[in-house]
Each structure stands twice: as C-alpha cells, then as structure tokens.
Design a protein around this ligand. Structure first.
Ligand code: AGP
Length: 608
C-alpha cells in the first residue's frame, strides 16, 4: 500500500517527485525517500515519518536531474526505519528501485543472493529485487528487470533506473497499480493518477505482466516476453481542484460535506422516474445474463463490505433476489458453493483492494459472472470485472471512506430497482424508490445541518474509551460503519451491534462510562429499537439517539437526540451514516489524531 512515482524527461524531476509523493501520501506514510540522477551521480534522501520529514532532511535545497524515483511507504516487511525506506540500490550503487506490493518468495531469494555475495542494507522484501536485477544486468536495465521478474512471486509494481543509462526509466506491474502519464516533454509513472494529473491528463494504465520502458521521450509498453503492446493514452476527467481541501481543515470533512453533490453525481443520467426504472450503461454488455442471476454475492472489505450488507437487505426485500454480503478475505479461502445462477458483485472505492480482486478472480475461475461498483476509473477491479457501475464521485483522499460509502448505497439502491423491475417489482414501487432517491441530495444537505449539534455531543464524550453503536435491519450495517469510523480515526475502541443482540452478552458492558449511539429512525423495527434503548438506560448507559425529525418519543428516553429527515426505510442508511461520520470526525479532532492519515492505515490495501 505504498505510493511510488518516477519521472524522466526535459523537466527537473525533483519538484515533480515531491508533488507526486504528497498526492500519494494517503497510500502509506510511515517513511519516504527519493533518488535523482544527474550525469551518473545519484543523490538520494530517505526519512522516517511523513513527507515533511523527508523535506526537512533535504533542507529546502534543489536536487538537479531530469530522472528520478520516489516512494512513500506503508511497511509490510521491516519496521519503518531509514534503512528500510525506499529507494533501494544494488551493491554497485548504480541500480535504484522503488516497489509497491509484496515479494512473497523474498527470503529464499535473499538467502541465495547472500550466498552469491550480495550485501543487504535493509530488512525489506523489496531490496531483494534490486540485487536480483544486478545479478542479471548486462548493460540493459530493461532486460535485467524482465529476467528478474521471472524469479519473483507476489503482487508488485516497480520503477527502476541505472545511473549509467541516462534518461532511461523502466517499470513493471503485476497486481499492484501503475499508471503512465504521457506529456510532451516527458513521462511520469505513478501508483495512481492523483500523482500525475498536475502534469498531464493523458494516461496509460499498465496491465498485469506489462512493462514500460521510457527513454529519450519515447515509451514502449512490452509484455514479459518482450512483445510490444500498442496502447493509446486515455484522458482523465478529474480536475485538480478536487485534489485540494477547498478551505476545509481536512479532506475527510470536505468529503463529508460533498455528499449532497456526490449523491447527485452517482444518480446522474441513471433514473427513469416515469417508468420506475434505472439505466446503468456499464451493465449493457451483460444485460441478458443479469436476468438469469439467481444468487448474488456482494463481496468487499471494510466500509465497502458494510455497504454490501445494506445492499443484501435491499435486494432481498425489494428485488426478491437472494443476496449475501461476504468479507472478501473470507470469500477467497472458504469453500464456495457457486453455481451458474450465481453472480459476484465486488464493491471497492479504490478498485485496488487485493482481497477483493482475488475474490473476483476466484469467482471467474468458477465461471461466475463478476460485476464491480468502483470509484477509481481504470483501476484493477474495474478492468478485471466483466461489467460494472462507476460511482462518479471524484477522488476520495481521506483514508476514512465517507462519500464513497453513501454513493455505494445509492448505486445498490439503483441496482435493486434494476433487478427488481426485471423480476417482480411493480411500476409503482420502482417510481417510489426512484423518486425518493432523487430527493436524497436535498435531504443529505438537511442532514449536514446536524454538524453543530454533533460537534457539541462529541465535545461531551471525546474522553471516553469505549463506545457502542446499535441499529437494526438496514441500520445494523450503519452501526458497524459508525463504529469503524470512530475506531479508525479517533483510536477509541468502538463496537457495532445488531440491536437485538445486546441481551445476548454485550449488555454486560453497559455502565455510565460506556455510551451508546442508537440508530432509531421511524421504520419497521422502531418499537424494537425503543425497548433496546430502555434496556440500556435501565443499566445507567448514556444513550445518543439518531431519530426521524419530529419524533418526540425518542427524546423522552435518550440523553442526546440528533434528527434526520424521513425517507424510505431502505434508504435511511444513506442519511443516518452522515451524523456518525461527523461524530467520528469531531471525536478525532478533539483527540488531536491525524484525521486524514490515521496511524497504521492506508487508503487502498493492495496486499493480502
Ligand atoms: C474505510 O474507511 C477504510 N478505509 C477501509 O475499511 C476501506 O473501506 C477498505 O479498505 C476497502 O477499500 P476499497 O473500498 O478501496 O476496496
């Protein structure tokens, strides 16, 4: 889950590399480094911590040279130290490499290379590759890389140069993402487009087992058998503005407040309200097979998995389609009873999550139709699945996912109408759901007005050490998501529970220091939720309730109440999660944690 970037061309590479690293920092930020070459002289800097620590180490000076590579790290093998930071170089100090991913057979290779006299500076798996390239080097760094690739196992992307092959940069990809940015005066290679679009919008996504050789302004895409791959650049639509904070203190807060727009963007051109139908162009190529689907597996990780859990309820209740949400890392290792009526729907913001990608490949090996709901255009999951739906919400920079979650729920609701109208859903129900969907942006705007109230509540509770989140039916998944948001950015222990489950154990935790956030809108399980709230109050547990506007009964039980607008039961999670996102945000700011880049996490998890 590291971020890698490289540049060769007419321009000075150092400023481009630094800007690229800042854009990629959300991918991993426990250490960073770069190496720039000028007339065979390589200047390299590494530092533990965020990019600003690297800048301190460089001390504000310029580093001349029009070819360079850089890396921001999320440690997998070897703790965050200067030695373990990238770039790594070979014994001669002439071959330099940055790597994102994991080399699974690194220990065996390292043992062999040490026997052959190679000396290692770090504990990383990555350094093995630069010595392997050194072993095969006969004057052509591209050929040496190609031969070395045959020796390693795992998921990876590399960018490499040899200090005595001026202007030549080589890169290779298998599993981990890699994109080329093609500009008139050079080529930039990076883990994702956020590090490129400041320079150019013309990009080429490398496929698995592809290499790129860039030299003298020319670039060649080859497969690992040295056969040329003709690939035309495609244009990236995101604008730079979307990469800035727009006056918000954090990307997370900006992305929370963007949700009325991102919900609108996810709905745009997809609702045919008068027919109670939806149009999802990305599924046209498999439309005939979708009507044959008898079982749907919604597979994802983290927040995306919780969106899948809401989708499971929607599809079963409104489309009569048997559905189950499954954690991707479990899906790929458990015995799967998949038959021809099965379909796998993968949900992923980044489109690069390794476990989700592997689950798709597992299903494809079983000839199961695979679809994707993905935000990052051109990402691995988007290119691996047979068809799918893009979120169209622009980049999500903060590690804690917010607008991607509500957009995933909107698209799952669209898919519910899509499949429902293919099956038994009546015109009237299709019209009801699509009408409510189109009212969501305005209701989300209304819900954001709870910001001030939520901040007051967070100010009261930010010193607690434990928190419970409770919800039933569609909002059980929202309780899980609320707990995840609080955990991942405030580091406060939190747990999400199905409301009906607390009597079966968790109620023992409840006392005056164990507050509960209760999602209790006026829906089909409202009364059940009220009695669960009273059970907690009876044990002295403080209760914060999320209720439907105008509901006075909840206010008689709860210590604090936050009100959200009324909508269809199946759509309440899209509004109910917003105050929970804000709550986690303010709990984190009051605890002074790094909201956008929480410790030990990264935005896209590209290794198992
Ligand atoms: C959510 O806030 C986390 N960043 C994490 O759980 C995330 O949802 C998970 O890693 C899945 O990522 P994806 O949607 O990019 O596949």
């Amino acid at each position: 889950m590291c971020g890698i970037v490289g540049y060769t061309g007419q321009k000075q590479s150092f400023p481009l590399l630094l800007d690229g690293l800042k854009r990629l920092e959300y991918r991993g930020y426990d250490s960073a480094g770069l190496a720039v070459v000028k007339e065979s002289q390589v200047e390299s800097h590494k530092a533990v911590g965020k990019i600003e620590e690297l800048q301190k180490d460089i001390g504000g000076k310029d580093i001349p040279g029009s070819l360079g590579i850089a890396h921001t790290r999320w440690a997998t093998h070897g703790v965050p130290t200067e030695e373990n930071a990238h770039p790594h170089c070979d014994c001669s100090g002439r071959i330099w490499l940055v790597h994102n991913g994991i080399i699974e057979n690194h220990q065996a290779l390292k043992d062999q290379l040490e026997k052959e006299g190679h000396e290692f500076q770090s504990e990383t798996d990555s350094e093995v590759m630069v010595h392997l390239i050194e072993k095969f080097y006969q004057g052509d760094i591209a050929e040496a890389l190609r031969q070395a690739l045959y020796k390693i196992e795992g998921a990876y992307s590399f960018v490499v140069f040899h200090s005595e092959e001026p202007g030549k940069l080589v890169a290779a990809k298998k599993g981990s993402p890699l994109v080329l940015g093609i500009d008139d005066d050079g080529v930039i290679v990076a883990s994702d487009v956020t590090a490129i679009i400041r320079q150019t919008r013309n990009v080429i996504y490398l496929e698995d087992k592809e290499m790129a050789v860039v030299e003298g302004g020319e670039f060649h895409i080859l497969n690992w058998n040295n056969q040329t791959r003709n690939k035309e650049p495609q244009k990236v639509s995101w604008d730079l503005e979307e990469l800035e904070k727009k006056g918000y203190d954090h990307f997370m807060l900006k992305e929370i407040f963007e949700q009325p727009d991102s919900i609108t963007d996810s709905l745009r051109g997809r609702v045919i309200q008068e027919e109670g139908k939806v149009k999802l162009g990305g599924l046209d190529t498999v439309a005939d097979r979708l009507s044959q689907v008898e079982n749907l597996d919604l597979v994802a990780c983290g927040t995306a998995y919780y969106a899948g859990l809401v989708g499971e309820y929607m599809l079963e209740e409104y489309a009569d389609l048997p559905a189950r949400a499954l954690v991707a890392s479990e899906f790929r290792y458990r015995k799967q009873l998949l038959d021809k009526g099965h379909c796998l729907l993968a949900l992923s913001q980044s489109g690069e999550t390794a476990d989700t990608l592997a689950a798709i490949k597992e299903a494809q090996e079983r000839n199961v139709l695979s679809l994707g709901v993905v935000n990052v255009v051109g990402s691995s999951i988007a290119r691996t699945t047979e068809a799918g739906v893009y979120n169209h919400i622009g980049p999500e920079i903060a590690v804690a996912s917010t607008k991607a979650f509500t957009s995933q729920l909107v698209i799952l609701a669209l898919l519910t109408v899509y499949w429902g109208r293919m099956r038994n859903m009546a015109l009237a129900m299709g019209q009801r759901i699509t009408q409510e969907l189109e009212e969501l942006p305005q209701k989300a705007q209304e819900t954001l007005k709870t910001d001030k109230r939520i901040r007051e509540i967070a100010q009261k509770y930010y010193q607690v050490s434990n928190f419970a989140f409770l919800g039933r039916k569609y909002n059980y998944a929202v309780a899980l998501e609320g707990a995840l948001k609080l955990k991942e950015i405030s580091y406060i222990h939190a747990e999400g529970f199905a409301g009906g489950e607390i009597k079966h154990g968790p109620l023992a935790l409840v006392d005056k220091d164990f507050p509960s956030f209760f999602i209790v809108p006026q829906d089909s399980v409202y009364e059940k939720n009220l009695s669960n709230m009273q059970e907690i109050k009876a044990r002295g547990g403080p209760v914060i309730a999320l209720a439907t506007q105008g509901d006075e009964r909840v206010a008689q039980i709860a210590d604090e109440v936050v009100y959200i607008p009324k909508t269809l039961e199946m759509l309440t999670p899209i509004l109910a999660v917003i105050p929970l996102q804000l709550f986690a945000y303010y709990m984190a700011t009051f605890n002074s944690t790094d909201v956008d880049k929480p410790r030990n996490l990264a935005k896209s998890v590209t290794v198992e």
